[in-house]
Design a protein around this ligand. Structure first.
Ligand code: SAH
Ligand code: SF4
Length: 377
């Protein structure tokens, strides 16, 4: 079996080239062909020696993911559903804005954390994506968009790991993918423009701080452990105090001087005035001077199995104003691409997850989100 070169960061590719009896620096050329020029065949790589290309053909391939569907919204948002084999599918969403283009990427097929308000969580865990499958979403989207917009330079300026899955439970495959995103010979994104979103896998937050400290978003969703245990089961393992300590440790290495807390607004569950006041106290208690976090309130995108509903816009506003009044920068996430959300329904049944539940719900969930880094540059 030949190897998929999308699975390698630059160092991995250099080792691979050495194994083929080639000089390490050849990897840079090869890497640029793949990620910067979007080459998928070795014949395109005209400045590589023919003998090298022949060796590559024998031992490697460049394989992206099969696109199951693509929907383009009137607001320019594009979502893709990719097959990852075995009946599993993952989603990516491109959100264009005036000054940036953000791609939301998936890290796993399904998710083992099982948050109550998340359809991916309800779906259960299927498997980790390989580095190449994480990167294939970016590779495909970037080169598709360049062609679509007739551009030679970069279209995607920001990446957020906020699609399906818990990225820090797929750490080994995630980190090389992040490195390719940051590599000047790859996508050349700055660490501030790549965001990992986590439900709070504390030990892996510490490792990420050392291995690849990109921007961090933490899905908080509750001000106390009793409520958070119920909404985000991982809290039983890593309770809020430990999580916030880890956030503070991360800040020492982070590319920004704040952590973004995501907070999904659930009617009557975590959206009361008391909850907002408790959050303010929590932030103050864990602050070693000054406010070190931002809040991004996400209107809940409902799905029947959750039994939950979204807070009213007025409640979301009241909640936001309490945090803001306490000096915490707070944004309310806007929804994008509403019109193609409807089109999602047409795909129901095309792709089933292991439990037989339509993937449509999971797609809707990801799709409705406007990634935070797009708002807090
Ligand atoms: N597993 C990671 C990243 C993927 S989820 C995490 O949990 O952070 C990305 C964001 O979407 C998280 O903040 C998550 O809480 C939020 N989310 C999940 N389901 C949602 C829903 N139904 N409505 C609104 N936001 C949701
Ligand atoms: Fe997994 Fe994130 Fe969904 Fe929780 S919110 S189940 S961690 S994808």
């Amino acid at each position: 079996m030949t190897v998929n070169l999308l699975d390698y960061d630059l160092e991995g590719l250099a080792v691979f080239c050495e194994r083929l009896g080639e000089k390490r620096y050849r990897a840079v050329q090869l890497f640029r062909w793949i990620h910067q020029k979007g080459a998928s065949s070795f014949d395109e790589m005209t400045d590589l020696a023919k003998s090298f290309r022949e060796k590559l053909k024998m031992s490697a391939h460049i394989k992206a993911l099969d696109v199951i569907s693509q929907h383009i919204s009137s607001d320019g948002t594009i979502k893709w559903l990719f097959s990852v084999g075995g009946g599993d599918a993952v989603e990516s969403v491109f959100i264009p804005e005036d000054d940036r283009g953000t791609l939301c990427i998936s890290s796993q097929a399904g998710c083992a954390v099982g948050c109550r308000f998340c359809s991916t969580g309800h779906q259960g865990f299927s498997r980790n994506l390989k580095t190449g499958e994480i990167l294939a979403q970016l590779w495909f989207a970037e080169h598709f968009l360049r062609t679509r917009f007739n551009k030679v330079e970069r279209v995607i300026s920001n990446v957020v790991m906020m699609g399906m899955g818990e990225p820090l439970q797929n750490y080994t495959e995630l980190v090389p993918a992040l490195r390719v995103m940051l590599d000047d010979h790859g996508y050349g994104l700055s660490r501030r423009r790549v965001t990992v979103s986590t439900s709070g896998v504390v030990p892996m937050m510490d490792r990420l701080a050392l291995d690849c400290p990109v921007a961090l978003a933490v899905s908080l969703h509750a001000p106390d452990d009793v409520l958070r245990d119920n909404l985000v089961p991982l809290n039983k393992k890593y309770p809020i105090a430990e999580l916030l300590d880890a956030c503070n440790r991360y800040l020492v290495h982070a590319p920004r001087d704040f952590i973004t807390f995501e907070y999904c607004m659930l009617d009557g569950v975590n959206d009361q005035v008391d909850h907002a006041n408790q959050l303010v106290s929590l932030v103050r208690k864990h602050s070693s001077g000054g406010v070190w976090c931002k809040f991004n309130l996400i209107p809940f995108n409902p799905f029947p199995a959750s039994g939950l509903t979204c807070s009213s816009p007025a409640q979301v506003k009241t909640f936001a104003s309490i945090l803001s009044a306490a000096g915490i920068v707070t944004t309310i996430r806007k929804t994008r691409g509403d019109d193609i959300d409807a089109a999602c329904g047409q795909l129901a049944g095309d792709v089933k997850d292991r439990t037989g539940i339509s993937q449509r719900i999971a797609r809707q969930r990801t799709f409705m989100l406007k990634p935070i880094s797009a708002e807090s540059k």
